[in-house]
Design a protein around this ligand. Structure first.
Ligand code: HEM
Length: 190
């Protein structure tokens, strides 16, 4: 599900930023192609996760969704303490996802819904009032500005930061080191 969602999302982000940037020479020549890739990826953003949900481990996906949805005192504490780089106190124990991962999943999913709704109004603009197309384009642009730091932060934490990137392999092969799980997700792996 991670790759079924993130692959089209990243393609949309890259092509969307290219479409939104002031017209450069490459965009003047390839704008139609970039637009076609953007729209194909938009279809993928719905079709690929739907296919994984239909053909995959639905029970596991629902369990993950419930876990992401469930917030308690320790999650809020984790969120309050974690952003400080010189933090001294230990972070409260976390479940399968820490509060940062939960927040990221919720915000990115909400943004994807926003992109889909506004994107359809932009795509089929002739079927809707002009103001709706204008508002949608502005909201689409604002959402893009909002998700860039979110996605960059996620990639830095998952792939670059040596303190947090040690579980990166799990998103490719599905397994995580038991010691890592115990140290960072002790409510999941006591
Ligand atoms: C990660 C998700 C997405 C990002 C970051 C994104 C970003 C962008 C940006 C920045 C633009 C340029 C807007 C402008 O010219 O001011 C754009 C254009 C557009 N996007 Fe998206 N978008 C995303 C998802 C979608 C989805 C899901 C759809 C359709 C359902 C969609 C449909 C469109 C359309 C129709 C355009 C107009 C293309 C044109 O100017 O010809 N986008 N997108």
């Amino acid at each position: 599900m991670h790759w079924a969602f993130s692959t089209p999302f990243l393609v949309l982000l890259i092509t969307g930023v290219a479409l939104g940037l002031p017209q450069t020479e490459i965009l003047l020549t390839h704008r139609d192609l970039i637009r076609a890739v953007h729209l194909a990826a938009a279809v993928g953003l719905v079709a690929l996760p739907a296919a994984v949900w239909l053909a995959g481990n639905r029970r596991g996906l629902h369990r993950d969704a419930r876990e992401i949805d469930r917030w308690d005192r320790l999650d809020w504490q984790w969120l309050r303490r974690s952003p400080w780089p010189f933090r001294r106190s230990a972070l409260p124990p976390q479940g399968r996802f820490n509060a940062g991962q939960k927040l990221n999943s919720i915000l990115v999913t909400a943004a994807a819904v926003g992109f889909l709704v506004t994107g359809v109004f932009m795509w089929k603009a002739e079927a809707f009032p002009v103001w709706l197309g204008d508002v949608s384009t502005q909201a689409h642009d604002l959402l893009t500005i909002a998700v860039v730091p979110l996605v960059l932060g996620h990639i830095i934490m998952a792939a670059v930061n040596p303190r947090t990137n040690q579980a990166l392999g799990s998103v490719f092969h599905g397994y995580v080191d038991a010691g890592w799980a115990r140290a960072h997700h002790s409510r999941w792996m006591p």
